[in-house]
Design a protein around this ligand. Structure first.
Ligand code: PLP
Length: 370
């Protein structure tokens, strides 16, 4: 069957299920990093209680959700724009902010570059070093921001995924503040994608972003809140910037159920605490299992996934395909600019699922799949 989209992203359980002639729910997906505890129980209740909204257009202003997010972050609701996933906001940003040349800190999520190209602009890359475990090159970034130029040409802004996917790296909130100051001095845009920042809240700059001109912070309801199928994300920026962004979005892009579910999710603090506690424990347990795989290198992470390098002589692509044929999806990162051919990303899932993937990888490595 023809594939309309290359496998740029994780999470395509449907494609795998068709190939394997299985039901999508039988696919075990480590390629998208979603909270293994699933959505808050309040989300299920809210969806049932508000199901009558399906026969109405959704609120085009996402009023209730923006109020709830504003209360959560103690900011003005006018400083929040909600989109059909943060992907829709990433798509709109180049046009909304008038960015023609964007510096992307690689290796990272591919949509920043893809959106720039679709908008008719250009993306240029600054690479984190493998030898430094892909730590965010904050001093080099500040330098570029101060100069307003990269590779001999001027730039309009920088996008930074923080914590970064697929590397798991994050720097301190103070370092991001330095970058934001440089952005302000130079009049350049700084876009911080905090899609995974719920897992390292003290590194987030969202609480400050609302008062920093030239800064946009993106959040997603997909990962920590486990709502990938509903497509909700939001941006926080100054009021002038959110108005510019909102103007680029189509009407009713956020569904009624997406709004209802996101509101229920952000207001359930109990589920959030439980999710964080689980992740702290299980991430360490999984790390120990991965570190014990002979020849594998496990990168440090601040998020709910691990970047893992397979032993020398093994190829991420082959291991990914082998696992896929057994219904286990992982993310092959060998085509991510700046990564080597042995790089894979694994989501942290339930105890049982994590044991299963480690055993499957150990088995393949033992068998000698190249
Ligand atoms: C770093 C990062 N940002 C943004 C997104 C988009 O998330 P969504 O559109 O589901 O909010 C993803 C999805 O994989 C991601 O990995």
């Amino acid at each position: 069957m023809a594939r309309l989209r290359a496998r740029l992203h994780g999470g395509d359980i449907y494609g795998a299920a068709r190939e394997l002639e299985r039901d999508p729910t039988e696919i075990l997906d480590f390629s998208a990093s979603i909270n293994p505890l699933g959505p808050s129980p309040q989300v299920w209740k809210a969806i049932t209680a508000f199901r009558h909204l399906l026969s109405h257009y959704p609120d085009p202003n996402c009023w209730d959700l923006r109020q709830a997010l504003a209360t959560f972050w103690r900011i003005d609701p006018e400083q929040i724009v909600v989109g059909n996933g943060s992907t829709e906001l990433i798509e709109a940003l180049p046009r909304a902010l008038g960015i023609h040349r964007l510096l992307v800190v690689q290796p990272t999520f591919s949509e920043y570059t893809a959106a720039m190209v679709r908008a008719g602009g250009q993306a240029t890359a600054l690479f984190a070093d493998r030898s430094d475990q892909y730590a965010i090159p904050i001093d080099r970034l500040c330098h570029v921001m101060e100069a307003g130029r990269h590779d001999g040409r001027s730039i309009d802004g920088i996008v930074l995924c923080h914590p970064n996917s697929p590397t798991g790296q994050a720097c301190s909130a103070e370092d991001i503040a330095r970058l934001a100051k440089a952005a302000r001095r130079r009049g350049l845009w700084l876009v911080i994608d905090e899609a995974f920042a719920e897992y390292c809240p003290d590194r987030s700059v969202l609480p400050h972003a609302a008062s920093w001109p030239h800064v946009v912070v993106l959040r997603s309801m997909t990962k920590f809140y486990a709502l990938p199928g509903l497509r909700v994300g939001y941006a926080v920026a100054t009021r002038i910037t959110t108005r510019r962004l909102q103007r680029q979005l189509p009407p009713w892009s956020v569904s009624a159920m997406g709004q209802v579910a996101a509101l229920a999710a952000v207001t359930d603090m109990g589920h959030a605490r439980k999710s964080l506690r689980f992740m702290e424990r299980e991430r360490e347990r999984l790390r120990a299992l991965l570190v014990a795989l002979p020849g594998c290198v496990v990168m440090p992470t601040q998020a709910n996934y691990f970047l893992l390098e397979l032993p020398r002589g093994r190829q991420a692509r082959d291991v990914t395909e082998q696992l896929r044929s057994t219904g286990l999806l992982i993310r092959d990162c060998s085509s991510v600019p700046g990564m080597n051919s042995r790089s894979i990303r694994l989501a942290v899932r339930s105890v049982q699922d994590n044991d299963r993937i480690v055993q499957a990888i150990a088995h393949l490595l033992h068998q000698g799949v190249s």
